[in-house]
Design a protein around this ligand. Structure first.
Ligand SMILES: [Zn+2]
Length: 110
């Protein structure tokens, strides 16, 4: 089964862009173009994104705290910290677009 398959009607109705924009389990999801029922990125994507953001956030704190002690890190801090913050926005979207299956949206009625 393709990761772009709608969990409601079984049609391969999503593409990387619409899947990336469908959000996580805790979002209201995106309606399937075929059947109109809402789909989200499933547990795998949600857990991955949570872990990734946690690690990236820890890396930001680590860089911030350690930069004064480590000469090369002090130089790279200006690139690493914004890079990590931007990656926290982009990486989950990329992962949503290309990995993990879609699931039915739990939050209904929006
Ligand atoms: Zn559908």
């Amino acid at each position: 089964m393709s990761i772009y398959t709608c969990p409601h009607c079984g049609e391969k109705s999503f593409n990387p862009l619409s899947k990336a924009l469908a959000g996580q389990l805790n979002s209201k999801g995106k309606p399937c173009p075929k059947c109109g029922r809402r789909c989200v990125n499933g547990k795998g994507a949600t857990i991955f994104n949570a872990v990734y953001c946690l690690l990236a956030f820890a890396a930001v704190i680590f860089t911030y705290l350690k930069a004064p002690d480590i000469p090369w890190l002090g130089y790279w801090e200006l690139i690493i910290v914004p890079g990590l913050l931007i990656s926290m926005l982009i990486v989950p979207k990329l992962v949503n677009a290309f990995f993990f299956k879609m699931e039915q949206a739990i939050k209904a009625g929006y």
